[in-house]
Ligand binder design. Sequence first.
Ligand SMILES: [Zn+2]
Length: 193
Amino acid sequence: MMFKYLYRDHYIFNGNPIRYSMKERHKTNKQSKIFLVILMAVFVFFLIRLLNTRELDDVSPGIECEQKLYNKAHVLWVIPKFNSISISENKTWCKDILSLNKTLGMHGVTHEYEEFGSDKSQEYFDEGVKVFEKCFGEKPTMFKPPQLKISENNKKLIKNNNLSLLGNINQITHKVYHCNDSDIIKNWMVDII
Ligand SMILES: [Zn+2]
């Protein structure tokens, strides 16, 4: 294949002279720049997720969870009262979770579907905090709503209780596994991306 420069914007390609206008050249340059930016953004995205702490959602004595998921995670998101059973009732479980020496966060109160999408009272929230504290000996300092759904009033509720609220950005920038593998993004996919 031959690509020979003739004179300004004129080339010979395989023996045929072609004109490669400034406009086309500019367009090609622009396209390759956009492609490069996208490529770099994807690379940075992968890197951030790879280097950030890994999280495990839906931790509860009522939800089966593979040991390897506990091992992978740095942060465990605990449901205080799944299926109306308080975690504090299961002292062995509380001790086992504490012995893993992970960062613990509060993941809803009962984890009903989009639980915090509808406004919740202080009393309702307190019940979750109380159960969490009874189990682990410490109040939760961070909160992640189930299905990441949270109303404006509930945002204020979490803030007024001095808990940091984690949501969509956290979920994108961290690898998040689920005990029951219930998310659209399956645990095996989280390993890859
Ligand atoms: Zn969840």
